[in-house]
Design a protein around this ligand. Structure first.
Ligand SMILES: [Zn+2]
Length: 508
């Protein structure tokens, strides 16, 4: 008899310092207000895309198994989510597995905080496990997971993305799914060992493409490829979360059927994390004053120069309307610039009302206060000509989320003569050039490209960039972690407490 599988997506990267609300309506992949998708609608959105769940869909098809897509809830990073979304996802998954289920494949983030639970994924898995104690569960997680005991204790197989920007989402789903199917076929007995270090890594310093994560991941991949373990994943952590279990972690799925399977897994786990701990200073990012970064950029002559305004990155829960970096670009008189997208629905409406060709002065951005950071929004007065108005819809052609139809809300371009400013109704981290090209701006031909992004811009923009200047502006994604009002994080934690001791077992 054909197997019956269930799959679901629940993704939210929660910045507990963010003022950006997270209503249930925002958990729709295709637009800002569609809400979670179900069944065939969810299938239509995710099939043949670069997402873990797309691999689950393909694996089920290859098995001639029935697949029920219970729910797809996926919101942009922002403030803690309502408990309703957790209840909704949990209810849909439990309904789907009730008639009988041979395996559950979950595409989760790993850093979701709800108003009532500081570990959203752990709570989801705990509820599923208590309803279905023997159900095999495979989970694919984002690289920015804050791994917890509740997640590990209530899943069968866990794997994570090993790229940042995340361009291996499909492959991660395939790894998790293949291991679970191997177990279902009786060809492996997954046993998971994991550990979380008392340390925060900086998001500009922890990508698997750069040291020391590169060397750590090389060990994980080598062990997996040699067959010594089934899977090995390292999570850089999502540091903008004031929760107890935030921190760099790793998990190894060993084969308990093998002699020394679990011991082999532990050896690898501690070998990887020992290297991370010993090189912890390499995960710290040096903050440069905004004016110094822009001055440095101004001297660069090859085009384009990317200016990365990463302190206010929606991809990490930023407002996307902090104007400090753009104000400095104006102040220092940079020319031939495109910038954005800034989220400011009021300014978009004003530009649309005025129409293409109109000249106007607007108070751009700065509409949102950041009480957790003790910051008030400050608009920037800019004058220019409305160059273009769009519906904000484009299809991703770059390597991240390839093929996904984006809708970033209506957009308008204000041209100040020196700067073409892209303003959108929705928040969007520019990982794909489509945000600009669909609005008639070719970033490859600009001298300066100011992007509200931290790392994901690399997917679409790094190939065309001659220089990249990281600009550490203020916001809820600030690079200076000492500015966050920490209350719930476990202390001591490195680098907030430089003398933090390792919690790794001593070497025997
Ligand atoms: Zn991530």
């Amino acid at each position: 008899m054909a197997r019956r599988f269930v799959t679901a997506v629940m993704r939210h990267e929660t910045n507990t310092f963010s003022p950006v609300p997270t209503p249930v309506a925002d958990f729709g992949r295709v637009g800002p207000t569609d809400g979670p998708a179900r069944g065939k609608d969810a299938l239509r959105v995710y099939r043949d895309t670069n997402n873990p769940v797309a691999a689950f869909i393909d694996l089920a098809a290859a098995q001639d198994a029935e697949l029920v897509f219970a729910i797809a809830a996926n919101a942009h990073p922002s403030a803690p989510a309502p408990d309703d979304i957790l209840d909704l996802c949990c209810g849909a998954i439990l309904d789907a597995i009730r008639p009988g289920c041979d395996g559950l494949f979950l595409d989760l983030h790993g850093a979701m905080v709800t108003q009532g639970h500081d570990d959203g994924e752990g709570e989801l898995l705990r509820r599923i496990r208590s309803a279905a104690p023997d159900l095999p569960i495979a989970v694919a997680l984002d690289f920015h997971t804050n791994l917890s005991a509740a997640m590990v204790d209530n899943a069968t197989v866990i794997t994570g993305y090993r790229t940042y920007p995340h361009i291996d989402m499909y492959e991660t789903g395939a790894r998790a799914g293949r291991t679970l199917i191997r177990a279902l076929d009786g060809n492996a007995t997954p046993v998971m060992v994991w550990h979380s270090l008392p340390m925060l890594t900086h998001m500009n310093r922890h990508a698997p493409s750069m040291p020391p994560m590169r060397e750590m991941y090389a060990k994980a991949i080598a062990a997996e490829e040699s067959g010594a373990v089934l899977n090995a994943s390292i999570f850089g952590c999502f540091p903008l979360a004031d929760i107890p279990h935030v921190g760099l972690s790793a998990i190894v799925v060993a084969d308990g059927a093998l002699n020394e399977g679990a011991e082999e897994g532990e050896r690898l786990l501690y070998d990887i994390l020992r290297e991370g701990w010993e090189r912890r200073d390499e995960f710290v990012f040096a903050v440069e004053p905004v004016a110094d970064s822009i001055r440095r950029a101004r001297e660069l002559k090859d085009r384009p120069v990317l200016l990365i305004d990463h302190g206010d990155n929606t991809g990490s829960g930023g407002n996307t309307d902090v104007m400090t970096v753009l104000a400095e670009v104006v102040e220092q008189g940079l020319e031939d610039v495109c910038a954005g997208p800034f989220c400011d629905p009021d300014s978009v409406a004003r530009m649309i009302d005025s129409g293409v060709g109109a000249r106007l002065t607007i108070q751009l951005g700065g509409k949102i206060d950041m009480p957790a950071m003790g910051l008030e929004g400050e608009p920037l007065e800019v004058t220019g000509i409305v160059r273009r108005i769009t519906d904000g819809q484009f299809t991703v052609t770059g390597p991240m989320f390839t093929g996904v139809a984006m809708n970033i809300g209506r957009c308008a371009v204000l041209d100040t003569g020196r700067i073409e400013i892209l303003v959108s109704e929705g928040r969007y981290e520019p990982f794909d050039t489509g945000a600009f090209t669909h609005a008639g701006i070719d970033p490859a031909r600009k001298q300066f490209v100011l992007l509200k992004s931290r790392q994901h811009f690399r997917a679409g923009f790094e190939p065309l960039a001659r220089h990249i200047v990281m600009v550490s502006g203020p916001g809820t994604c600030t690079s200076d972690y000492s500015l966050f009002p920490w209350r719930n994080i476990r202390r001591p934690v490195y680098p907030l407490d430089p003398d933090t001791q390792s919690n790794l077992p001593t070497q025997s």
